[in-house]
Design a protein around this ligand. Structure first.
Ligand code: G16
Length: 545
């Protein structure tokens, strides 16, 4: 078959606006005529073209990943890209892709994933564009892509056969070099450079038992290589290890609701010492100990307090950052360490500038994301290895480490309540109504708590000065409790209200209470202040994490 470039006439398709993390739509939407092609061409058009550039390409293996990779390769070649590093079989976890961009000094990367959203012919698909630092494109770039998608008149594609991605090696597509790489090797080597694999291996050899649930998503091969092959965990430690296009019908979201079998195992008889899960594309993590769940906010705080135990962080931390809705537990650790703590909007992209500027090297979000400046994405297996390194160094259980942490710093009881599948208009009206009343709230008392401050969070990036507004409504109480409300930016249908609830207990008493019971007055205050039931017709959340 002869290869030739075709300029295909097209028209703008409405709605190609990237959200919190790339463009996410139902798979049939992405499979529509021109849909993927328009968006990919818009990425090139918005970023100065692909001519002469090097890209990383891969995805989490969900349905349509294989076809989309072939289309994108042909479009990269037609647009004049010089070289593409692509994961074998079209697979790359998001953290591995971020690492490969940095390692190869690529100009950017395209990652195919809708993260923790289910996959399959009727579920979700997504495309993320990462920039040369390895991180998600900042808002200035995603806005430019969106504008390009509204003006597009043609896309360029090479008419040719599929590229063989079944084994590592060099391929050629027109003038473009394609390096098919083992998706795991470079990433595993990076992990080995950061953590004390000998100590973890010795702990496991000494009888420490762990379980990792890959949720039939992309981390399976990574976890098998690192946990079983390199660290010596018995075969079978990693469950749901085979990546499947529909994630085996599971919802690849590592939280107590969707990873319930893992929860049951860790809370059951003869539970292992440690349990963890990751999501569709491998950037999220959930950490469990025997009989205990570590909230992502607490995980961030514990890691901040103990990171120096891992060789890659032995010099101590430069600073930490958390998304605004994440609990303030890490702030207390930062204060004690005498390092800066930044509060950013939801979305990993907001950490990139801070890391590039050397201001922070540990970041985290309540949405099961934790990571450091070793790459520019959150990193599920990194968090697991950090915990294993801390456990190996301290020789205490997860529960004991948490209890000691709370005794030292106090405990930020924390939970997120999600109300899913809402009518977008009703959800927006509810928030607009509350926003209008925010200025009058300070000084008022509700549920025996005095409101100290209330605002609509806006962020001024301290590095580039850019301002991002309307990032969530915050109501802070004099006793340290806090309510935050915002709409999710990662859904593909209707609206999801995220209600974030926090209450601080300094200790030494009441450090081991039930989280939902402790938060009950804060929940009641939130429902009353926002009039949730009146606006949404709902009084109970769909998902509680
Ligand atoms: C994405 C972003 C995260 C963000 C999360 C939640 O996660 O990468 O930074 O915290 O969405 O977003 P929202 O509350 O708007 O749904 P992922 O794992 O989906 O890429």
């Amino acid at each position: 078959m002869s290869e030739h470039v075709t300029n295909v006439e097209t028209q703008p398709i409405p709605g190609q606006k990237p959200g919190t993390s790339g463009l996410r739509k139902k798979t049939p939407v992405f499979m529509q005529h021109h849909y993927l092609e328009n968006f990919i061409q818009s990425i090139f058009d918005a970023t100065g073209g692909a001519q002469g550039k090097t890209y990383v390409l891969g995805g989490d293996g969900r349905y349509f990943n294989d076809r989309a990779v072939q289309v994108i390769l042909r479009m990269m070649a037609a647009n004049g890209a010089r070289r593409v590093i692509v994961g074998q079989g079209g697979l790359l976890s998001t953290p591995a892709a971020s690492h490969l961009i940095r390692l190869n000094r690529a100009d950017g990367g395209i990652i195919l994933s809708a993260s923790h959203n289910p996959g399959g012919p009727d579920e979700d698909f997504g495309v993320k564009f990462n920039i040369a630092n390895g991180g998600p494109a900042p808002e200035s770039v995603t806005e430019a892509i969106w504008r390009a998608s509204q003006q597009i008149t043609r896309y360029r594609i090479l008419e040719t056969h599929d590229v063989d991605l079944s084994s590592p090696g060099r391929r050629q597509l027109a003038q473009m070099e394609i390096d098919v790489v083992d998706p795991v090797a470079d990433y595993a080597a990076l992990m080995e450079s950061l953590f004390d694999f000998n100590a973890i291996r010795a702990m496991i050899a000494g009888g420490f038992r762990l379980r990792f649930d890959a949720m039939c998503a992309v981390t399976g091969p990574y976890a098998v290589e690192i946990l079983e092959n390199r660290l010596g965990a018995p075969r079978g430690t990693v469950v749901n290890r085979l990546p499947l296009p529909d994630f085996g019908g599971l919802h690849p979201d590592p939280n107590p609701v969707w990873a319930k079998p893992l929860m049951d195992e860790l809370f059951g008889a003869n539970a292992p010492d440690f349990g963890a899960a990751s999501d569709g594309d491998g950037d999220r993590n959930m950490i469990l100990g025997r009989g205990i769940y570590v909230s992502p906010s607490d995980s961030l705080a514990v890691i901040a307090a103990n990171a120096h135990l891992a060789p890659g962080y032995a010099k101590g931390l430069a600073g930490v950052a958390r998304s605004m809705p994440t609990s303030q537990a890490v702030d207390r650790v930062a204060a004690k360490l005498g390092i800066d703590c930044y509060e950013t909007p939801t979305g990993w992209k907001f950490f990139g500038n801070l890391m590039d500027a050397g201001r922070v090297n540990l970041c985290g979000e309540e949405s099961f994301g934790t990571g450091s400046d070793h790459i520019r994405e959150k990193d599920g297996l990194w968090a697991v290895l950090m915990w294993l390194n801390i456990l190996a160094a301290r020789r205490e259980s997860v529960a004991d480490i948490l209890a000691a942490h709370w005794r030292e710093f106090g405990r930020n009881y924390y939970s997120r309540h999600d109300f899913e599948g809402l009518e977008t208009q009703a959800a927006e009206t509810m928030l607009a109504d509350l926003r209008d009343r925010l200025a009058r709230l300070p000084g008022q008392e509700i549920e025996g708590m005095r409101i100290a401050a209330a605002d609509d969070f806006a962020y001024r990036d301290p590095v580039d000065g850019s301002v991002t507004e309307h990032q969530g409504l915050r109501i802070r109480f004099a006793d340290g409790a806090r309510i935050v409300m915002r709409l999710s930016g990662t859904g593909t249908s209707g609206a999801t209200l995220r209600l974030y609830l926090e209450r601080f207990v300094p200790g030494p008493d009441r450090l081991a209470e039930d989280t939902q019971e402790m938060l009950a007055p804060v929940v009641r205050a939130a429902h009353a202040l926002a009039q949730i039931e009146a606006h949404l017709g709902r009084s109970t959340p769909d998902v509680v994490t």
